[in-house]
Design a binder for this molecule. Structure first.
Ligand code: MOS
Length: 732
């Protein structure tokens, strides 16, 4: 940890950009005012699979204000250079907009109308006549042929299961979920000669930058991506989607800056989604609840043209101790667009199956669900044989049980009733494997005693501006007010995606490195400057606080940055910092942990589920920003409530149409669905590969929530629902 006093880190500060956001001054992608910008509206395919046989854009082109209609018959061939070394795209061949007559999924862009006003573009889009030769599309996970499995095995799972005293064989179904961030995906594209600038909703500035350079075959310095604010993401912004290419193409063809905003409906097939899963889990244990074997059969949606994978297998390998595990993860290609990671990717899905099954096992054996988990707590990560950096799941259980009042839960289902309502409690373990990506940052301390720190990360809402300002302020020895943190521009030093719970550890480490270097430059200047009160002091004995350098333990002896820089005729001090990523090969198993607790009331006659209380207890390392952490935890739990009880993308398998592609029919939790939610963080640090001691919080908070709720529903009603979302019908 830094020798610096920690004044801002750990303080429950409000967002530094809060005022900009609530006063509407924060500009999101579509809100930037670019002179001469015109509007583009995508025409999307109305069949689930097939070919375009004709496009008649005549009426659209005649519509007042319409400048251009672009489609595969008139679009230029785009280079679509390979873009290796990134997850964009995943395996396969990415969708190439307007390059041929093929329709691969319902809603695929088939044309774009560019007009001087949004209204003209929208009306123009409605006038484009597209004829198709439609084929039967395949969009049902249960009906389609899976691809080759990815396998994992240790021990002999078949034998372990055969010899087990107790066996379970359970199949879980999880509906497809869409991210539905508040801000729709949008791109504003402008060409200046051969240089492309986009204002884009993205969680990955450099990913979008690299993809646009690849699609248009441009040198890296000919593309600039700008996104100072992102209005939510949950993963939907983790790759550059086709509409961004469409906007850039339309701008190039019309020689005008083009603004393209996906409608809420278009967000359901213009961006990704959490894939639907069928998860079969066979579990064996001895009479005392010690697990002997698990066999996981995992099937998930992917598109016909790309193979999307996520970390679905990790949880089954390392959450509990057992000698025998086998897993088969199969992608099922369907006529859909490609899925993408959604909050707690993989782990949130797997935990629903695993943590529900643990609850079933506990019930079958007559063991308390927490006690069953304690009996299967591993001493090391059995998937890698590495020691844990920290793993304090036992403490999460202890604190959670105490704070939630777990002792009040009856182990007998359907034994607590209040009028029409059946009351029950459930819990689940949460595990997540946070990402850590290489990152760079630049810090500059100016002669006026203020500093600017820059990195090309983004802030989709967790509060990156604030938390990074906190670590920068402490490393520089400045107050929050005197540090400006800038992000959201590909001209800034590079970082990885703003996702995977990686930003604090990765970008934060680079920021601290840059700021440490600047502070050390100043300290060196002072201790070597005969005119400084710090002259001759050991550099290691100097700390900076409130912009003033002084001897540790002797605040009287020192001077301000301003005085030091003025006297030395320095306009500024500047440094670049970096974070190289986690140690390779890994020396420790680095995961974030938690325990989720839920209390529900279920209407005995109507089957309605009402969440009464939720608690999450987290072993997430050091908490940089407690107020923001609470927002993350509450948000993750709310997301979990959505996945457990409400969220379900419904596809009409006749033609691949998503029938609830709007926020009236795709249900997300509203305030009335969200009761008292509380989060507790175990005090501590995890220094594996990052000096900040953080683990990353944003994903683990959603993991386990659905299972905790399903287990609470069982405790309330005696009904085991193995399908998400849990509907009233399933409980009638
Ligand atoms: Mo998160 S799914 O990495 O935005």
């Amino acid at each position: 940890m830094s020798p610096q006093p920690q004044a801002a880190v750990g303080a429950p500060l409000s967002r530094v950009d809060g005022r900009l956001k609530v006063t509407g001054q924060a500009k999101y992608a579509a809100e930037h005012d670019i002179k001469g910008a015109v509007h583009a509206v995508i025409v999307d395919a109305s069949i689930g699979r097939g070919r375009i046989t004709s496009i008649d854009a005549g009426d659209a082109e005649k519509h007042p204000g319409v400048l251009r209609v672009i489609h595969h018959r008139n679009a230029p061939k785009l280079p679509y250079r390979d873009n290796p070394g990134s997850n964009n795209p995943p395996g396969g061949r990415r969708l190439r907009v307007f390059q041929d007559d093929k329709v691969l999924f319902h809603g695929q862009p088939v044309a774009v109308v560019v007009a001087t006003t949004l209204e003209a573009a929208q009306h123009g889009a409605s006038l484009v006549q597209v004829e198709y030769d439609a084929e039967q599309s395949s969009t049902d996970l249960a009906e389609a042929e899976p691809g080759e499995p990815t396998n994992y095995a240790r021990g002999d799972a078949q034998a372990g299961l055969r010899d087990a005293a107790v066996r379970l064989d359970l199949t879980y179904q999880l509906a497809r979920n869409h991210h539905n961030p508040m801000e729709p995906h949008a791109t504003l594209a402008r060409w200046d000669g051969n240089k492309l600038t986009v204002w884009d909703k993205t969680q990955w500035v450099m990913g979008t930058h690299d993809e646009l350079a690849a699609v248009f075959d441009l040198p890296a310095d000919a593309v600039r991506v700008i996104n100072p604010f992102v209005g939510g993401g949950f993963g939907s912004g983790l790759r550059c989607w086709p509409h961004t290419t469409v906007a850039a193409l339309a701008a190039r063809e019309t020689k005008r800056p083009v603004k393209l905003v996906l409608s809420r409906r278009q967000m359901y097939f213009g961006t990704g989604f959490r894939p639907a899963y069928a998860y079969r889990l066979r579990l064996g244990s001895d009479r005392r609840g010690r697990l002997t074997a698990a066999i996981h059969g995992i099937d998930a949606e992917t598109s016909s043209y790309e193979t999307f994978t996520e970390a679905i297998m990790g949880a089954g390998q390392m959450t509990y101790s057992m000698p025998n595990v086998s897993q088969a993860y199969r992608q099922v290609p369907l006529d859909v667009n490609t899925p993408i990671w959604m909050r707690g990717p993989g782990f949130a899905t797997a935990s629903f199956a695993i943590e529900s099954a643990m609850d079933e096992l506990a019930h079958k054996l007559g063991i308390d669900p927490i006690e069953l988990r304690r009996r299967n707590e591993p001493d090391e990560d059995e998937s890698s044989n590495l020691p844990f950096s920290t793993r304090r799941l036992r403490e999460c259980y202890t604190v959670g049980a105490r704070e939630f009042g777990w002792h009040r839960r009856s182990s007998r289902p359907r034994s607590r009733r209040e009028g029409d309502w059946l009351i029950g409690m459930g819990m689940a373990a949460s595990v997540y494997d946070p990402g850590r990506f290489p990152a760079e940052a630049r810090a500059r301390l100016d002669a006026d005693g203020t500093a600017v720190v820059e990195t090309a990360t983004s802030d989709m809402g967790p509060g990156t501006y604030t938390s990074q300002t906190q670590v920068a302020a402490d490393a520089l020895g400045l107050t929050m007010r005197t540090v400006t943190f800038r992000l959201g521009d590909s001209l800034y030093p590079q970082t990885g995606p703003h996702g995977g719970s990686a930003t604090m550890a990765s970008v934060g480490s680079a920021v601290v490195d840059a700021c440490d270097k600047v502070r050390r430059q100043a300290v060196k200047l002072a201790v070597e400057d005969r005119d400084s009160p710090l002259y001759g002091v050991d550099a290691g004995d100097v700390v900076v606080r409130g912009g003033r350098l002084h001897v540790k333990g002797n605040p009287a002896r020192g001077e301000t940055y301003q005085r030091l820089l003025a006297r030395n005729d320095r306009s500024h001090l500047e440094a670049r910092g970096s974070y190289a990523g986690p140690p390779t090969p890994a020396r420790r198993s680095y995961h974030a942990y938690g325990a989720a607790f839920a209390e529900v009331a279920v209407d005995a006659t109507l089957g309605l589920v009402r969440v009464r209380r939720m608690l999450g207890v987290y072993d997430a390392g050091r908490i940089i920003s407690p107020k923001l952490a609470d927002s993350q935890a509450i948000g993750g739990i709310v997301g979990g409530i959505g996945g457990a009880l409400l969220e379900h993308t419904v596809t009409d398998h006749r033609d691949g149409r998503i029938v609830n592609a709007n926020l009236a029919d795709y249900l997300v939790p509203v305030n009335a669905d969200v009761p008292e939610v509380r989060a507790i963080y175990l005090d501590g640090e995890d220094n594996d590969g990052n000096e900040l001691g953080v683990k990353g919080l944003g994903e683990v908070v959603q993991v386990g929530v659905a299972a905790a709720l399903a287990n609470a529903v069982f405790n309330a009603t005696g009904r085991r629902v193995r399908e998400l979302p849990i509907t009233a019908e399933a409980l009638l």
